[in-house]
Ligand binder design. Structure first.
Ligand SMILES: NC(=O)c1ccc[n+]([C@@H]2O[C@H](COP(=O)([O-])OP(=O)(O)OC[C@H]3O[C@@H](n4cnc5c(N)ncnc54)[C@H](O)[C@@H]3O)[C@@H](O)[C@H]2O)c1
Length: 311
């Protein structure tokens, strides 16, 4: 099969590697030339991690992956290649308006037969399906980070998604050794509907001085089996993506628990994005051994402390 993937950031690279590992040809484009030019190297690294983790002995595994990847520096060349693809997968910023305007531009230029997948982690599929003009062949396939290592894929049909599209999507994902599961088209779907309020609560408790980065993560890791805890997960997702997801979930649900804590906004403003920028809740100078940072400047204090100060 052939895939066209729009957006080659963290998740785009995960999907590109996954598709190429599964023997599919992948055509890619990103509006950011620097991100686009680092895509093959990023996928190479991911493929090497997969080979190490699963003890693959094929010495050509990584080169077999990269030779399936086609980078298009011009948008027009990408669209021309996407015309011959089976699936068009968007993996751009979590911003409904942006996604809709981009889909309204790209999808009408592709044959009707091309199935549209969105890697959105929280957004309503229906406006995207409408904007792209092929609602029967539009569906969310929310992969988890890092895609080649995490089997779960949340499959979210829209109001008009056809049974054929759901089945095609399920079978294609199973063929890639993924574990697709159906989830509802509500803000955050299933996984982030539960996870995002928990992650935001963790930051609020940190702000109140109730928990530290280290203890918080150790607690979740050793008590609930969360491999990274919550603050490390924030750092992998990145602060801007967390902020976008929280804001969009708040906008669509009006649920105050989704409103992003001030700390998240400050971290974005300060460029403390997480693992990718080297600093977040952890210092990632040595990526194998991240160290919890002193985030005391973000601590507003507990109610007791604030009341004390008012005396
Ligand atoms: N980060 C995560 O852990 C995670 C997990 C699951 C799902 N997601 C979802 O995946 C999607 C992408 O997230 P990400 O973490 O890869 O973000 P990212 O910021 O790493 O990558 C997004 C990419 O989209 C590109 N882009 C933006 N506008 C574009 C346009 N008009 N045309 C072409 N390219 C454009 C950017 O240049 C950037 O490289 C979002 O919908 C997000 O919610 C993220």
């Amino acid at each position: 099969m052939k895939f066209a993937i729009l957006g080659t950031g963290i998740m785009g690279r995960g999907w590109i590697t996954q598709c190429a590992m599964s023997g599919h040809e992948v055509h890619c484009y990103d509006a950011n030339a620097k991100t686009l030019s680092g895509t093959v190297t990023g996928c190479e690294k991911l493929a090497a991690t997969v080979a190490k983790k699963f003890k693959y002995e094929d010495a050509n595994f990584v080169s077999n992956v990269t030779e399936k990847i086609f980078i298009h520096n011009e948008k027009s060349a990408f669209i021309a290649a996407a015309r011959g693809c089976d699936v068009f997968l968007e993996v751009i910023y979590e911003d409904l308006k942006l996604k809709c305007s981009v889909l309204a531009e790209f999808l009408p230029q592709l044959p009707e037969s091309v199935v549209f997948w969105s890697n959105s982690s929280s957004l309503d599929i229906d406006p995207m399906a409408q904007a792209g003009g092929r609602p029967e062949r539009s569906i969310v396939t929310h992969g988890m980070n890092p895609v080649p290592l995490m089997p779960g894929v949340e499959v979210v049909p829209g109001a008009k998604t056809s049974a054929e599209t759901i089945e095609f999507t399920r079978q294609t994902l199973l063929g890639m050794k993924k574990a697709p599961f159906l989830a509802p088209n509500i803000p955050g779907f299933w996984v982030n509907r539960l996870l995002v309020p928990q992650m935001l609560d963790a930051v609020r408790l940190l702000e109140q001085g109730k928990i530290t980065v280290e203890d918080g993560d150790t607690g979740l890791n050793t008590s609930l089996g969360h491999p990274q805890g919550t603050f490390k997960l924030h750092d992998f997702v990145t602060a801007p993506t967390m902020l976008r997801v929280a804001l969009q979930m708040y906008q669509s649900s009006n649920d105050p628990r989704m409103y992003p804590p001030l700390t998240l906004m400050r971290m974005v403003k300060d460029g403390e994005y997480g693992a990718s920028s080297g600093k977040g809740f952890y210092d990632w100078s040595d990526p194998r051994n991240p160290k919890a940072r002193d985030v005391s400047r973000y601590v507003i204090g507990s109610v007791e402390e604030m009341l004390e100060q008012l005396k």
